[in-house]
Design a protein around this ligand. Structure first.
Ligand SMILES: N=CN[C@@H](CCC(=O)O)C(=O)O
Length: 328
């Protein structure tokens, strides 16, 4: 049965490789202090940590969108890499509560309809946990998983805040595909339809990989706006300028298939450099309601492997916490 697994301090300790004379983030991060198996807003609110890290190791949504399985592999490897970053003056570790991950069973029905039904079940599993984290005044940092999980994350944040939220998505794909059953390509379509998403800004879309219907939506819906990667190639990066029109705290989505040579279903030879994304996060003057890093993989069903995905994700998470620690 699908569930959310809460990590104990011992679970976290097992993932840390100790070295004499050094302290790792994993030795300083905070664990969830209750053993009754359920996540409570009150318990979260009492934590010293501002950021709550959790994983959604699944690729059902990618497969339901005719993509290649692999995104389920990113969570554990990224967590281990993150926990083994040095705890030092730049990042201590106690800013972050490592909450756990969703345990998602393989659907019995592996047809497209069956996979899309399963994605709906994942939606219903994910959003209540996100809602509790945000209601506790914390900032969820989510490592996926497919981009389908943008929908339950946006829903959880919107329910906690009692209002639709704005989102910035750094991505090659708009994920505004048709409302044809849930999958990794239509999370934002469902979030708009169900009124959890207000303004939706897409940074770095590839002209080659967004269909005409999606381009029409972006052109005609005043809540949507984009800067294409193809235009950034000519004009340069101005991420802060692009998102400056948003008020309040938007959500931040990073689909790593916009970063060149990162293992994912839609891996690309042309896209942002990893350091450009790091620069956007570290230099961003906005505070975000959540961070969702998705679609990355360390092992694909077709046999491709990359250990670097985990290290990249660990960099992005640590950059986000460092950039935000001074703002919250
Ligand atoms: N979140 C990704 N969305 C892409 C998927 C591409 C792929 O998996 O190959 C899209 O729908 O176009």
């Amino acid at each position: 049965m699908d569930s959310f697994i809460i990590y104990t301090q011992q679970d976290i300790d097992q993932l840390v490789i100790n070295r004499d004379g050094e302290t790792k983030l994993g030795e300083r991060v905070v664990s969830y202090p209750s053993a009754d198996g359920s996540v409570s807003t009150a318990v979260l609110a009492s934590s010293e940590a501002k950021f709550v890290l959790l994983g959604i190791p699944e690729d059902v949504g990618v497969r339901a969108n005719s993509g290649i399985a692999g995104a389920a592999s990113a969570w554990r490897t990224s967590l281990v890499t993150f926990l083994n970053i040095q705890s030092n003056r730049f990042l201590r570790g106690n800013e972050i509560l490592v909450l756990g991950h969703f345990e998602i069973d393989e659907p019995v029905d592996s047809s497209v309809a069956g996979l899309r039904k399963k994605v709906e079940e994942i939606d219903d599993l994910v959003y209540p946990i996100i809602e509790k984290i945000v209601a506790a005044g914390k900032i969820p940092v989510v490592i996926g998983g497919g981009h389908n999980n943008a929908f339950p994350i946006i829903k959880g944040v919107a329910l906690a805040q009692n209002a639709p939220i704005d989102v910035v998505n750094i991505d090659a794909h708009a994920d505004l595909r048709a409302l044809e059953g849930r999958h990794s390509g239509n999370g934002f379509s469902y979030a708009l339809k169900e009124n959890y998403l207000d303004h939706y800004l897409m940074y770095g879309l590839h002209q080659n990989y967004n269909n005409e219907a999606i381009l029409n939506q972006i052109e005609t819906n005043p809540k949507l706006d984009t800067i294409f990667f193809d235009d950034i190639l000519n004009a340069g990066i101005d991420f802060n300028g692009f998102i400056s029109k948003l008020e309040g705290m938007p959500g931040l989505e990073i689909d790593v298939d916009c970063i060149q040579h990162v293992l994912s279903s839609a891996e690309t030879p042309s896209g942002f450099a990893a350091n450009e994304i790091r620069r956007m996060i570290l230099g961003c003057n906005k505070q975000f309601a959540y961070l969702h890093i998705c679609e990355g993989a360390t092992r694909m069903l077709d046999g491709r492997v990359s250990r670097l995905t985990a290290k990249l994700i660990a960099y992005l998470v640590s950059d986000f916490v460092k950039a935000h620690a001074t703002k919250v």
